[in-house]
Design a protein around this ligand. Structure first.
Ligand code: ZN
Length: 216
C-alpha cells in the first residue's frame, strides 16, 4: 500500500534554549495535541469540514507506537524532522524526532502547528493548496495555518516562531517544483505572517495565492 508522507519542517537546528517548565517532553507534546485539537475543532467550523481530533498516542516519537499498517516507522525516516503519514489503517500518524522537536518550546509549537496544517489538508482535501498547485504550496499553506494558531494562542512568542520558520526555509537553489520544497525563508515567513494577521480563513483564500511563488 502506498502512503503519503508529508515532510514537515526540514532544516536547521536553532541554538539550544531548553524549556524548564518542569514537565516532561511527552507531557508537553500531549498538551500541544490537546490545544491543537481544540483550536481546529473551532477553526474547522469556518471551513465547514468535520475536524476529527487526533489521539495523542498517534503523535509519537519513533518506537513501538509509531506504526502504520502495523509497520514501525524507522527513526532515520524522521531525523531532524517530523512527518504526517496518511492512509494508515490505524489512522493518521504523526512521527517526530524527539530531540529536534524539543529543542525549545517554540520549536515544539512551530513543528506541531505546521504538522496540523497537513492534518487539516488530509482531512479536508478540498482546501489543500497542493490540489491546485505544487507540493510547496501545501507547505506554505501549513505555515499559514501555523501563523493563525500563533495569533490566537501564543502571541508573545511570535518573533521566535517566525525565526524558527525562517531558519527551516529552503536554500535559494531549490526549484519551486521540487517535491521536497518548503519555500525560502522569506516565502515561509510571508505565509506564516498571512495566517498570523488574517486568521486561518486567509490560508484558503486568494490571499494565500498572493504569497505563493510563481510556478516558473
Ligand atoms: Zn510540511
Amino acid at each position: 500500500m502506498r502512503h503519503l508522507w508529508l515532510v514537515v519542517v526540514a532544516g536547521l537546528m536553532l541554538g539550544a534554549c531548553s524549556s524548564s517548565t518542569g514537565t516532561t517532553e511527552r507531557e508537553r507534546v500531549i498538551d500541544m495535541v490537546v490545544r491543537l485539537n481544540e483550536y481546529w475543532a473551532e477553526a474547522a467550523e469556518e471551513f465547514s469540514f468535520d475536524y476529527q481530533p487526533i489521539a495523542h498516542d498517534r503523535v509519537t516519537a519513533p518506537g513501538p507506537d509509531a506504526r502504520c499498517d502495523g509497520e514501525e516507522i524507522a527513526a532515520g525516516d524522521v531525523e531532524g524532522n517530523a512527518v504526517v503519514i496518511t492512509g494508515c489503517a490505524e489512522g493518521l500518524l504523526i512521527v517526530y524526532d524527539s530531540e529536534y522537536l524539543t529543542t525549545s518550546e517554540v520549536r515544539l509549537q512551530a513543528v506541531l502547528t505546521h504538522e496540523w496544517g497537513h492534518i487539516v489538508q488530509a482531512q479536508a482535501a478540498e482546501i489543500d493548496a497542493a490540489e491546485f498547485g505544487l507540493p510547496i504550496d501545501a507547505e506554505l499553506q501549513a505555515d499559514c495555518f501555523s501563523g493563525a494558531w500563533w495569533a490566537d494562542e501564543s502571541f508573545e512568542s511570535v518573533a521566535a516562531a517566525r525565526s524558527d520558520v525562517a531558519n527551516a526555509g529552503d536554500s535559494y537553489d531549490v526549484p519551486v517544483d521540487d517535491a521536497e520544497a518548503h519555500g525560502t525563508p522569506e516565502e515561509r515567513v510571508a505565509a506564516f505572517d498571512l495566517g498570523f494577521a488574517e486568521g486561518p480563513g486567509a490560508c484558503i483564500s486568494d490571499q494565500l495565492i498572493d504569497v505563493l511563488p510563481d510556478e516558473g
